[in-house]
Design a protein around this ligand. Structure first.
Ligand SMILES: *Cc1c(COP(=O)(O)O)cnc(C)c1O
Length: 388
């Protein structure tokens, strides 16, 4: 029987240690010695797994982390990176060269890569918003080899049907990669729904404490091999110190996210009843447009929610500035609650018309719910809405 996710978070990727350490020890060394050339060649030529050189990821601390990361997404294997963008760029270079179709809104760095940097290298990219996905079949017909998307998206929490997209992409011989950062593996496992690859900014929920930058890519070993080569030669591998720190965070992942799910639901319900709020975007609310799909493909609704403040952009700014427990900062997934007004941060670079086209209003405040008491967080929102 496959152990439950909580058990895998604690025990996967924790090799037997000669000194009895229950956790994988931290090897900061960059190189590893061999008793003979024959033994060295076994590792170099892939006959035996083992440590060799840290930038290759062939370091016991990194390998232990990767075993845990794979177990957490239910994947055959995983690669750990220095950041989420490192994971995405290596993924795109390894599997996106025939063309990448991105569905819906995506992280700013991802959009920059897809909209300008990859096309500069001659890689065809296509950005389809949610209401344009009927064009996906045509793009696949024309040879796009990789479909990429986030679900839920930032900041509107739009959902895409992972199983349906995978079926369409596979019918055209294309691969599907899902950025699972917002949901976290506690709430959603895209591989189980038919996706080929899952990417995470481990800087967010996996790290969980806003104190490390890392990325992860999970999937079948055969699909990770070409990505491994890009990671190796672009020098994008996670540092062993950060790998150990991330493994520590992963041991508490399920406890943190379960609490964040619960608090976000409470806050969403309280805010929906508040006269200062125009609209609450949260997949857990029964009247949210993506709710039925969320129930089908997610186990929990996540710790991210977006509020539309009555009175527009200036009113939203006043509320953001009046919050005390919610810190005014971009990023997400940490133990501390954060608030951000997308038009001033994550989507600041877009023209107002483009934000409107993406359904992002200036009145939106995106909340990342942390581990503080939910009633304290609701009280903070209530005082800020009154003050604002
Ligand atoms: C933050 C983020 C990224 C980029 O991750 P970094 O670790 O900052 O490189 C990618 N995708 C999503 C959804 C993110 O939130």
């Amino acid at each position: 029987m496959k152990p439950d996710l909580s058990t895998r978070c604690v025990h996967a990727g924790e090799p037997d240690d000669p000194h009895g350490s229950p956790h994988a020890p931290l090897y900061t060394t960059t190189t590893f010695k061999f008793p003979s050339t024959a033994a060295l060649l076994d590792v170099v030529e892939g006959r035996r797994p083992g440590a060799l050189y840290t930038r290759y990821g062939l370091n016991p601390t990194i390998q232990a982390l990767e075993e845990k990361l794979a177990a957490i997404e239910g994947a055959e294997a995983a690669l750990a990176f220095a950041s989420g963008m490192a994971a995405e760029s290596a993924l795109f270079l390894a599997h996106g060269r025939k063309g990448i179709a991105c569905l819906g809104d995506a992280y700013g760095g991802t959009l920059e890569l897809l909209a300008s940097q990859l096309p500069e290298l001659g890689i065809p990219t296509h950005l389809l918003l949610g209401d344009e996905i009927d064009r996906l079949a045509d793009l696949l017909q024309q040879g796009a080899g990789l479909v990429f998307f986030e679900t839920p998206t930032n900041p509107a929490l739009e959902l895409f049907d992972i199983a349906a997209v995978a079926e369409l992409a596979h019918a055209h011989g294309a691969l599907v990669a899902v950025d699972n950062t917002f949901a976290s593996p506690v709430n959603q496992n895209p591989l189980a729904l038919g996706a080929d690859l899952v990417v995470h900014s481990a800087t967010k929920y996996l790290g969980g404490h806003s104190d490390l930058s890392a990325g992860a890519l999970m999937g079948r070993r055969e699909l990770l091999m070409p990505v491994w080569n890009w990671r190796k030669n672009l020098g994008q591998t996670i540092a062993p110190e950060i790998a150990a720190q991330l493994a520590r965070s992963l041991r508490t992942l399920t406890v943190r996210v379960a609490r964040q799910n619960e608090s976000a639901m409470k806050i969403a319900a309280a805010m929906r009843a508040h006269p200062g709020i125009e609209r609450v975007l949260y997949p857990g609310l029964p009247d949210f447009p993506g709710h039925a799909l969320a129930r089908r493909q997610m186990r929990g609704f996540g710790g991210m929610l977006t509020l539309e403040i009555r009175g527009g952009g200036a009113a939203a700014t006043r509320v953001a500035d009046a919050l005390r427990l919610f810190a005014l900062a971009p990023s997400l997934g940490g133990v501390e609650s954060l608030v951000t007004q997308p038009c001033t941060t994550t989507h600041h670079g877009l023209a107002p018309e483009e934000r409107a086209r993406r359904g992002i209003s200036d009145a939106m405040l995106r909340l990342s719910v942390g581990l503080e008491d939910a009633d304290d967080l609701i009280a903070d929102l209530e005082q800020a809405l009154t003050a604002g």
